[in-house]
Design a protein around this ligand. Structure first.
Ligand SMILES: [Zn+2]
Length: 227
């Protein structure tokens, strides 16, 4: 069974698990899809689309959507030094969401661009007990090691298809129990990401599927049983 840990597009050919990301503007209810697989949701305020004018209403709607048990994750949310949204608003929104995730005991999916030291500082301050997963990881080796030292999981995506990328070079040093795979907002299938990863790690696709499934169970344990 393949798990797409973070996607913005429902993929009808995926008969495994997909975690669909819901961001602002938030819908009134979680969308429904017919699938032979299983769908979970992550609900969060994306740093690119933060807006001080809708911030309070977005908080309220996020909490409503996160009451659904299929909304297993909070996020994606985080910090992005390359976007125009004021960094102070990004920090405020991220702090609120990591605190909410801890209160709800739902793991957090994180978007981080050039703000890893701030991310680690917030983790040290909040001391969450929930799993934290940095999605779309493609930063350098030093950051990779720091994140692993601080217990973050890493989810890798289409950067693995590019042999010049950090993700491609660093895949083999990431302990497999901290690894997830995703398509994010890219137009590709999760099976192509699994195929490339199994090739790079020199393990069979089925073994890789099992590793990722165990990781999924491990981050969602005690949270999925209430479904
Ligand atoms: Zn995303």
């Amino acid at each position: 069974m393949m798990i797409n840990f973070h996607t913005h597009h429902f993929e009808s050919v995926n008969t495994g698990i997909q975690v669909l990301n819901i961001l602002q503007p938030f819908p009134n209810a979680l969308p429904c899809y017919s699938t032979t697989g299983q769908i979970f949701y992550s609900v969060g305020m994306h740093p690119w689309y933060l807006n001080a004018a809708t911030f309070e209403a977005d908080k309220v709607q996020m909490e409503i959507l996160l009451k659904q048990p299929q909304a297993l994750f909070v996020g994606e949310c985080g910090l992005d030094r390359l976007c125009d949204v004021p960094f102070s608003l990004q920090e405020e929104a991220f702090l609120w969401q990591i605190t909410l995730a801890e209160k709800l005991q739902k793991p957090l999916i994180i978007h981080c661009v050039r703000a890893y030291s701030e991310l680690i500082a917030i983790k040290k301050k909040v001391k969450p007990t929930i799993p934290l997963i940095v999605h779309g990881f493609n930063a350098n080796e030093q950051i990779c090691k720091q994140l692993l030292q601080h217990g973050f999981y890493l989810s890798l995506g289409t950067a693995l298809l590019n042999d010049k990328s950090n993700a491609y070079r660093l895949l083999s040093i990431i302990p497999q129990k901290y690894l997830f795979l995703e398509t994010d907002d890219k137009n590709c299938t999760i099976s192509s990401i699994f195929a490339r990863t199994s090739e790079l790690l020199a393990i069979g696709v089925e073994d890789l599927q099992e590793i990722i499934l165990q990781n999924f169970i491990s981050v969602s344990k005690n949270r999925i049983v209430n479904l």
